[in-house]
Design a binder for this molecule. Structure first.
Ligand code: BG6
Length: 490
């Protein structure tokens, strides 16, 4: 493993310090980095919340959450003792000006350190918190602000938040999180494409037939149902994670890994997405919602049942056919799908190459199947290249599909840090490459807004699918119509 370098002295202020994200993701991630000695002795974690808790009571909650969320055997009393010394808890109602004094007092004299404000709160508080930090003179030259998703619910609300935060922080101080960009395999996509000369000449129209991106989850919406019901799969997953995967798959080679070089290439892809509007929405999109079914042999309720019997037209599944209007991808469709309560947790990008132009093999030799490059994001991260090979033996020329299969875990023999660990470290190091720039967020919303307007205007209905399936039939039809099929075949 590469040597882990420590980061400079910092104060990390987590707004929403008692919330689910802080407890489940951020604090476990920080515990790991502390354990691996990447933090200097004086670096602090300042959790801010509205709950009436003293430090001891807060630490008790963190300890419980670490015990529950760390992998078996990872909680270590000695590490916890030293880690907990870094943690403070401040009860602050950000809407009350006098409350900010407590934070000012804590940060007084620490102006030289890296100062990160991590906003793990409702987006409606992003503007007020940024303003509170500015008014109370808590923004230093070394400050950064991290914004969690969702960043608004459409272009207008996202712009409002970005404007409010932009009045207090410069763009290069704003880190908009998309945790998919912190996933190891997502970054490996850059290595696969740009550290190998093999694929790039083939990565284009005329060679690639189409691309599929699947992000399937077997879980339902659980405790977030009230929030989710106002959002739906398109806003929750496509506007951010899936469009980022499209960008990394489709973009031109950046001139370097410099954050703006990469983001300049991604934005070109987003701007080249063919708009889907009221005229094309029915033929290019499918909306679905799960009904009761079974996952891994366990029966699970339907979405409306989970909502307490309320009727809802929120989509928990979406499939799309997307076209990128540029030279490289002209007439190469990208099919995207994501959903809750699907058959299994399974995310991958499939680049399917064209058929051979003419088969020289006898018919009984087996259909020559097109090559496919599959990049598995989760579970079991890896890359698989599907090829045709001759079956050994003297009995004629029999072909069989085989694969070159690389499992990252088997090859590198280690498990990877959670995406949040990497992203938190990148914020502390001051590298925004894995975060979204404002123009990316705007371009993604503008494309998604047009689909939502199309759905509303055309009253496109939400198709039902049985929990534990691969989504509604219409999703298979979306590809079937073009003579294609999802992988794995549903
Ligand atoms: C979040 C979505 O951004 O990503 C959730 O809000 C979703 O609805 C989650 O479950 C999926 O993340 P991962 O890392 O489990 O694929």
């Amino acid at each position: 493993m590469a040597k882990l370098l420590p980061v400079d002295d910092f104060d990390l202020i987590i707004f929403g310090g008692t919330g689910d994200l802080a407890m489940r993701k951020l604090l476990p991630a920080l515990y790991h980095r502390h354990r691996d000695k990447q933090f200097t002795a004086v670096s602090r974690i300042v959790a801010v919340g509205r709950s009436e808790l003293d430090r001891d009571a807060y630490l008790l909650e963190v300890e419980e959450s670490l015990r529950a969320n760390l992998a078996d055997g990872e909680f270590d009393v000695a590490h916890w003792k030293s880690f907990s010394k870094r943690i403070m808890y401040l009860r602050i109602d950000v809407s009350s000006p006098k409350n900010w004094q407590t934070l000012s007092t804590v940060l007084d004299g620490a102006e030289e350190r890296i100062r990160v404000a991590y906003l793990a709160t409702a987006p409606s508080l992003f503007g007020p918190i940024a303003k509170g930090l500015k008014t109370n003179k808590l923004i230093t030259g070394n400050s950064r602000i991290v914004l969690e998703k969702p960043l608004g619910r459409d272009l207008a609300s996202a712009s409002e938040i970005n404007d409010q935060v932009g009045k207090c922080f410069a763009e290069n101080q704003i880190y908009r999180i998309d945790h998919y960009l912190g996933k190891e395999t997502v970054q490996n996509l850059l290595a696969l494409r740009f550290a190998n000369s093999l694929f790039e000449p083939l990565w284009k129209r005329g060679v690639v037939d189409h691309v599929q991106i699947t992000v399937a989850e077997d879980l339902g919406v659980g405790g977030r149902i009230d929030f989710y019901d106002r959002v739906g799969a398109l806003r929750d997953m496509v506007q951010n994670h899936i469009l980022q995967l499209v960008c990394l798959t489709a973009m031109e080679a950046p001139s370097s890994l410099h954050h703006d070089a990469v983001r300049d290439e991604k934005i070109k892809v987003l701007r080249a997405l063919r708009p889907i509007d009221v005229d094309s929405v029915r033929s290019n999109t499918v909306r679905g919602q799960y009904a009761a079914g079974a996952i891994k042999k366990e029966t699970v309720p339907g979405y409306e049942e989970e909502l307490g019997g309320k009727e809802s037209s929120t989509e928990t599944f979406v499939a799309l056919k997307l076209e990128i209007d540029n030279w490289r991808w002209s007439n190469v469709p990208f099919y995207l799908r994501t959903g809750k309560r699907l058959k299994e947790k399974h995310s991958e990008i499939v680049v399917q190459f064209q058929d051979v132009p003419h088969s020289i093999f006898p018919e009984q030799a087996f259909d020559v199947q097109p090559n496919r490059l599959t990049i598995r994001l989760q579970p079991d991260e890896g890359v698989k290249l599907s090829l045709m090979a001759k079956e050994p033996g003297p009995g004629g020329f029999n072909l069989r599909p085989v694969s070159l299969d690389l499992s990252f875990e088997e090859t590198f023999g280690l498990s990877y840090p959670d995406a949040y660990e990497r992203l938190l470290m990148e914020v502390l190091r001051g590298n925004p490459a894995l975060f979204m720039r404002r123009d990316e967020v705007d371009a993604a919303w503008s494309w998604v807004d047009s689909i939502i307007a199309g759905w509303e205007e055309s009253r496109q209905k939400v198709e039902t699918y049985v929990a534990g399936s691969w989504g509604p039939n219409a999703s298979s039809m979306l590809l079937d119509r073009d003579g294609r099929a999802w992988q794995p075949d549903s």
